[in-house]
Design a protein around this ligand. Structure first.
Ligand code: MN
Ligand code: MN
Length: 415
């Protein structure tokens, strides 16, 4: 899609294609509002040269950073990060990598972890200060968790499923099936680290054996062979059937609400011919009291409509396809960045944004918010639910044309 600029606008205007708009808008600024103009499209050839050192493989991934749209303006904190270049901690049984606020300052509300567990691979029994929300991208995983009333929950999750463990609830994860699993974890604290969790092995190894004996009512020798260094991730054996594991922990009763949820199985709360939005927050995934999430699918040619979120920052995990996002803030500030699978984006609360599918396949990403209930304001919905005379004189657009704007916040356009 060729962006409009002052130059091609004048060409269109000369051809009469958009003569009416050209007459009413300021032709000198259409599609390029700033003085001096920004964007290569209005610069002379010399301004576009870039002879200095560069890494062509990396630079080629970010066309909208190296050659921003002419409507981009001003400065903005970096809102792109990625698991693709995050350092991996590989152990027997699986691996993990993470992007926390230390790596990505804008990501204050939440941090992200990408983990794989082999078939049988175990993420050791542990707990931590932050709540843990996760989305499965591959394979099968068995999760165990205990609530504060001594009720245990054991479940198997597959690609498209979520889990949520409130802060402090002890849990474990194990890759199962033929190929284990991969997932992304979101902690409801930007500083939270997967490398700083309270581990069952650490506590046992740092408690005197006689205290362990008293605590568990068995002889001290029972603990002669416990690991002295933590396991964190280790290769285990495939567990038995789910029902056997569930029976083994059933004595405390079942938790009131499940700690897992099928996000891909949820009915979309927005759907159009250009894509869909699937929601999981505390209204339908009741235990998820500090995280809300939307799985967004945008078909080729589709646009995630201009919108913002009044109650939380948006943290994104890009799953498939490719696209670009433009973020708008006061200033004016507007910046566009390119995203691919494994990348992470952040949009601050109330900053306007839209996302274009720039590829030839479906674009899919997760939008995650540290909040109990999802909230969104659709730009189009707002302008169609404001008295038309108000909008018409503000924008210098005929009220009959405003009537054609999409209503009811379609989510992904064209509808
Ligand atoms: Mn955990
Ligand atoms: Mn959004």
């Amino acid at each position: 899609m060729a962006p409009f600029s002052r130059r091609n606008m004048l060409a269109f205007g000369a051809a009469g294609a958009v003569a009416a708009t050209a007459a009413s808008a300021n032709a000198a600024s259409f599609g390029n509002p700033d003085e001096p103009p920004q964007g290569a499209i209005d610069a002379n050839a010399g301004s576009r040269l870039d002879p200095g050192p560069k890494n062509p493989a990396l630079a080629s991934q970010f066309p909208d950073a190296t050659n921003p749209p002419a409507t981009d303006v001003g400065d903005m904190p970096q809102f792109w990060a990625s698991f693709n270049n995050a350092h991996k901690r590989i152990q027997d049984g699986g691996w993990a990598r993470q992007v926390t606020q230390t790596d990505f300052p804008i990501s204050k509300a939440v941090s992200g972890v990408n983990m794989r567990l082999n078939a049988g691979g175990i993420r050791e029994l542990h707990w931590h200060q932050a709540a843990e929300w996760a989305f499965m991208t591959n394979g099968l995983c068995r999760v165990t968790v205990l609530d504060t009333q001594g009720r245990a929950y054991v479940q198997d999750v597959r690609a498209g499923d979520l889990w949520f463990f409130p802060a402090g609830y002890p849990h474990s994860l194990q890759g199962i099936g033929t190929d284990g699993c991969e997932f992304v974890i979101v902690f409801d604290d930007g500083a939270a680290s997967e490398y700083n969790t309270l581990l069952v092995t650490d506590w046992l190894a740092h408690t005197p054996p006689e205290v362990l004996a008293l605590n568990f009512g068995v002889p001290p020798e029972t603990f002669r062979s416990i690991p002295l260094n933590d396991l964190w991730i280790f290769q285990g054996k495939a567990p038995g059937s789910l029902s056997i594991d569930q029976e083994a922990v059933a004595s405390g009763g079942l938790p009131a609400n499940p700690f897992t949820f099928s996000l891909t199985g949820a009915t979309p709360h927005r759907s159009s011919r250009s894509g869909s939005l699937r929601l999981a927050d505390s209204t339908n995934f009741k235990v998820s009291k500090t995280i809300a999430a939307v799985l967004e699918t945008i078909k080729p040619g589709g646009l995630r409509e201009m919108h913002w979120h009044p109650n939380a920052d948006e943290w994104q995990y890009w799953i498939k396809g490719e696209g670009r996002m433009t973020v708008f803030n006061a200033g004016p500030r507007a910046q566009t960045m390119d995203f691919r699978p494994g990348d992470i984006g952040v949009v601050k609360r109330n900053n306007g944004h839209y996302i274009q599918n720039t590829g030839t396949t479906d674009l899919q990403f997760l939008a995650v918010f540290k909040v109990a209930e999802y909230e969104e304001i659709s730009f189009s919905d707002w302008l169609t639910r404001t008295p038309p005379a108000m909008v018409a004189q503000t924008l210098n657009i005929d009220p009959s044309v405003l009537q054609r704007f999409p209503r009811d916040a379609p989510g992904v356009v064209p509808v």
